[in-house]
Ligand binder design. Structure first.
Ligand code: GLU
Ligand code: ZN
Length: 278
């Protein structure tokens, strides 16, 4: 059975890019007579505004979608904690007390997901009085897992290349997990078989595939869909003027008609569809 999901973070309103993402995931499930899940990813610390989740549900209803909601991330913290402990006990994580400024000062290499941590704290004694994140020792993890493959519905088979992102954070200083750990564990717990999300997260999948191997989780397939882009070729963002779905909804716009146009690839003026793999 095909199980897809839409997993928004309640730290800003949904816009047309999110609508497109939700519709792609919804329709892939419906075409396969499968299930479409909604999961609220609300462990983003102070930026998370749980009340936004209600707006999200109204948005999806307005678009004419039907979904099953699974528990929000904030209810699953013990699962994240157990997995992080397991990795820590196996020597696959190490504490890192570096601040963003510390890392910037080292002029880090820029990977597709941002600055790549140069590994300063690895193997050194850190001051445990300071707040510490836990990072994945990518060399050790890769040595344990060996070569890994994964399959994208549009881009085909991929050889996992988690080294590109370096020693990523698995447990944040200010949160009980990172996006990588939480999303990977949740997709497994929710029985997701086709992880549907934007192409901007394509490279994150290399890390998720590695975490699945390390934690003995089932391996789904992925469908990274192209992103809706603005006139400058950047992904849509509310702060760059893309209307929030809630605004369109409150202005009396017809959500089902918007969904139908997005399905037909009729983008509003100034919006285009990007490449499947960026
Ligand atoms: N919560 C993430 C976001 O809103 C999406 C994560 C995912 O689909 O894997 O960007
Ligand atoms: Zn560090």
């Amino acid at each position: 059975m095909t199980v897809t999901r839409f997993a928004p973070s309640p730290n800003g309103p949904l816009h047309l890019g999110h609508a497109f993402s939700a519709i792609v995931a919804h329709d892939l499930a419906r075409e396969a007579r499968g299930r479409f899940l909604l999961r609220i990813e609300d462990i983003d610390g102070p930026r998370s505004r749980p009340e936004m989740a209600d707006e999200f549900r109204r948005d999806l209803e307005w678009l004419g979608l039907e979904w099953e909601e699974v528990p929000a991330q904030s209810t699953r913290l013990t699962t994240y904690d157990a997995a992080a402990r397991n990795l820590l006990e196996r020597g696959l994580l190490y504490p890192c007390t570096c601040t963003r400024a510390d890392i910037e000062a080292l002029k880090p290499r820029l990977g597709s997901q941002g600055a790549v941590y140069p590994g300063t704290c690895k193997g050194s004694v850190v001051d445990l009085g300071k707040p510490a994140a836990l990072r994945l020792d990518i060399d050790r993890a890769m040595a344990e897992s060996g070569q890994l493959l994964w399959e994208d519905a549009l881009a085909g088979q991929q050889v996992a290349d988690p080294r590109e992102g370096g020693d990523v954070v698995i447990v944040r200083k200010d949160a009980p997990a990172s996006y990588h750990l939480a999303a990977t564990l949740d997709d497994a717990a929710d029985g997701v078989t086709l992880v549907t999300r934007g192409a901007d997260l394509f490279d994150a999948t290399h890390i998720h595939r590695l975490l699945q191997a390390l934690l003995g989780l089932p391996v789904p397939r992925w469908h990274h869909h192209p992103l809706l882009l603005d006139q400058e070729g950047r992904k849509l963002a509310k702060r760059r003027g893309s209307p929030a779905l809630a605004d369109l909804r409150n202005a009396g716009e017809d959500g089902r008609a918007w969904a139908a146009r997005l399905r037909r690839g009729e983008w509003p003026i100034g919006i285009s569809l990007g490449k499947p793999h960026i």
